[in-house]
Design a protein. Structure first.
Ligand SMILES: Nc1ncnc2c1ncn2[C@@H]1O[C@H](COP(=O)(O)OP(=O)(O)O)[C@@H](O)[C@H]1O
Ligand SMILES: [Mg+2]
Lengths: 340, 337
């Protein structure tokens, strides 16, 4: 690694700190401004004042706000995140550790679907600009872009699970199999392979199809448009004309020369879209009862579990920052003009 | 000059761009020959259709433009009858093109050697990569690009070097004709002068034919054997560089030359500055396209288009001064050989 690349990475990591700090501070206060609190959500509305105070004391919510805030920041610095305030008050790292793999298992195929659909149909549309196939692809991308994720999920559930029972409706695997399935990594695909339990693997993969296609399709609309626009511009650039004048085949000019140069803006979008992808994952997980971080976040917001929500948002923010850093480093490999 | 063989015949070539304001006739009814081994300069104000003509020679006009008529006879074959595959094979192997901006005419994410090897392998699929690389290195060394530079990316090279890479790409498949469209325009004066010398050397060394497209009349004087002058989509004059500069026939050529201070023209003639602007090619003037700006315009020039015809051996001009017509009051001017 070159010294300048190291400096670049260190700067970027240092820049991440104030970003995460501002974000979690906002969440800290917003959560407390919202009506309702974890005491009510845990004990119900009819609880006596004494019981409520006892719990408040146990959870440390009776302390002054600034003490709670700095306590929370200290937890963050030590990467401990503390314990949840609801649902068994388990350490948040344990809870996220179980749910994060579920989200990753969903988002990886979703990103792959997005990238493949987005980049290939975008490039194909650009190469066949103004032909019928171009209009069809553009129309479909607008549809994919404008349908809400949960609605698309619902339609897929009705079509491919209720009407045509091909794929399971929700969850990560068959409930019956769950009872005997031992999960070590919480990545069910990996667990099933490690246990050489092929039936379980089949069930896990089948459960993955609808949610990952939903999420992937929902995000692909933007990619199609971005790839298409950039490809069209690239196909008109001088070096493509020069290549054509050298007798290079059109396919080569499109898919090798133009597309590779188009990857640079696409990567930028992929990095930016990552945040949107997480938002999409929240909705997809809710629709498909997928026990990932997104659904966890929604649950805990409803329970006003301050610490769990704060920690989850912080983890999301760190993820987004890490991905965008990774993208910036990737540029250097794709575009020789960029050197850090 | 010894009689030269014809490499390419352009016959009645017209190119039209369909635009919202109507069709633009960027090149109209142009006929001329390109001779083997010559450097032919194509000169004219910007917007007169030079680039369009250059691209048309390789059938590289993209929509909304198209070649609306004409024959392009190369080595005895009309390439207008070729299909897309034949054309692809033709481009690069028979005619190659160098463009104005060397910054943008190479793929930014491809190394120099990859450009050359790719060109060879696309046209000669049986060539081994190592042979293609060896051939590229040897050629580029002759053009003054050292071997270690071959591993560079375009942005790591200077403008002059990039243009030499473009030349190399034109030569690596032994193309017979290289079209250089404003190839030196973006370079600074010293680099430009070097490149001009190099183009001449390349012609001598490789025996290629060059069509040098430029708006720069001084460059044309320096590099060309013959000069073709274009105005508003028409070819108005063609001849050897000496004849054109000593005795320009067309009033437009005359105006063009007198706009350059250090070219001495016949002293009896008064220097004049061309008034007006080149015409809008969506609605070109009737008759001779130059007549609204022409100091010698006659009534006939406003209605009937003159022919592009040979008025002396190797001298072509498209002007009523050198042609008779019943509606004309004056007799044509005879041009001495
Ligand atoms: N893609 C295009 N679409 C419409 N008109 C064009 C296009 N390219 C060139 N033209 C028109 O054709 C004429 C000749 O252009 P060009 O060949 O580029 O001239 P030159 O190279 O001599 O400057 C100009 O009037 C220009 O406006
Ligand atoms: Mg031009």
């Amino acid at each position: 690694m070159s010294a300048s690349l190291r400096r670049f990475i260190i700067t970027r990591v240092l820049l991440t700190i104030p970003m995460v700090l501002i974000l979690v501070t906002m969440i800290f206060f917003i959560m407390r401004i919202l009506p309702g609190d974890p005491i009510r959500s845990q004990l119900g509305p009819r609880v006596s004042e004494e019981q409520a105070n006892a719990l408040r004391e146990r959870l440390g919510l009776n302390r002054p706000l600034y003490v709670q805030y700095f306590d929370f920041l200290w937890d963050m610095v030590t990467l401990d995140f503390g314990t949840a305030l609801t649902q068994g008050e388990r350490p948040i790292l344990d809870e996220l550790g179980e749910r994060m793999p579920a989200t990753i298992e969903l988002t990886i195929p979703a990103i792959a679907i997005t990238a493949v659909i987005g980049i290939f149909s975008g490039a194909y549309a650009a190469k066949n600009r103004k032909k019928p196939v171009d209009y069809v692809i553009r129309l479909m991308s607008i549809v994919a872009y404008s349908i809400p994720v949960f609605f698309m999920g619902l339609i897929f559930q009705i079509l491919f699970s209720v009407r045509l029972p091909v794929f399971p409706l929700a969850g990560r695997m068959d409930t019956l199999m769950m009872t005997t399935f031992e999960s070590r990594t919480h990545f069910y695909v990996i667990d099933a392979i490690l246990a050489q339990n092929w039936k379980a693997l089949g069930s896990v993969l089948m459960h993955l199809v609808l949610p990952s296609v939903t999420l992937g399709l929902a995000l692909s609309g933007v990619f199609v448009r971005l790839t298409r626009v950039n490809m069209i511009e690239m196909l008109q650039s001088d070096f493509i004309t020069a290549g054509r004048a050298r007798g290079l085949p059109e396919r080569r000019l499109a898919y090798r020369h133009s597309l590779r140069n188009t990857f640079i803006p696409i990567l930028t979008l992929l990095g930016l879209q990552f945040a949107i992808l997480l938002a999409g994952a929240v909705l997809t997980e809710t629709t498909f009862s997928w026990p990932g971080v997104g659904r966890y976040l929604v649950e805990r917001i409803q329970l006003r579990d301050y610490t769990a929500v704060q920690a989850t948002i912080a983890v999301f923010a760190l993820f987004v920052a890490a991905v965008s850093l990774l993208m910036d480093i990737l540029y250097a490999f794709i575009d020789p003009r960029i050197r850090y | 000059m010894a009689e030269k063989e014809v490499l390419m015949q352009i016959k009645d070539l017209s190119v039209t761009y369909e635009t919202r304001l109507g069709p633009v006739s960027a090149v109209e009814g142009v006929s001329f020959d390109i001779l083997k081994g010559e450097i032919l300069g194509l000169v004219g104000e910007s917007g007169c259709g030079k680039s369009t003509m250059g691209k048309a020679l390789m059938r590289m006009i993209q929509p909304p433009g198209r070649i609306s008529s004409g024959k392009l006879i190369f080595d005895g074959e009309d390439i207008m009858t070729y299909d897309e595959n034949q054309m692809r094979d033709f481009r690069g192997r028979k005619i190659s093109m160098i463009f104005q901006d060397p910054m943008t005419s190479l793929n930014p994410v491809q190394r120099v050697d990859e450009h050359l090897v790719e060109a060879i392998q696309v046209h000669e699929p049986k060539t081994k990569p190592s042979d293609a690389l060896g051939r590229s290195n040897t050629l580029m060394e002759r053009l003054g690009i050292q071997k270690q530079r071959m591993k560079n990316y375009p942005h790591q090279l200077s403008g002059g070097m990039r243009q030499r890479v473009m030349i190399g790409l034109g030569l690596v498949l032994n193309a017979n004709l290289i079209v250089a469209d404003e190839a030196t325009t973006s370079l600074d004066v010293i680099v430009e002068a070097k490149l001009v010398d190099q183009l001449k050397e390349i012609r001598d060394e490789f025996g290629v034919t060059l069509l040098v497209i430029t708006h720069n009349i001084a460059l044309v004087a320096e590099i060309s054997d013959r000069v073709a002058v274009m105005y508003a989509g028409h070819l108005v004059e063609l001849g050897t560089v000496e004849k054109i500069f000593d005795n320009p026939l067309h009033p437009y050529t005359y105006g063009l030359l007198s706009s350059v201070p250090n070219i001495k023209l016949d002293e009896r003639e008064e220097l004049y500055k061309m008034g007006g602007e080149p015409p809008n090619l969506t609605h070109p003037p009737k008759g001779c396209r130059f007549h609204p700006r022409c100091p010698k315009a006659m009534p006939i020039c406003e209605t009937i288009e003159p022919q592009f015809q040979e008025v002396a051996r190797g001298r072509f001009v498209k002007c009523w001064l050198y042609e008779n017509h019943p509606d004309k009051t004056t007799k044509k001017i005879e041009v001495a050989a």
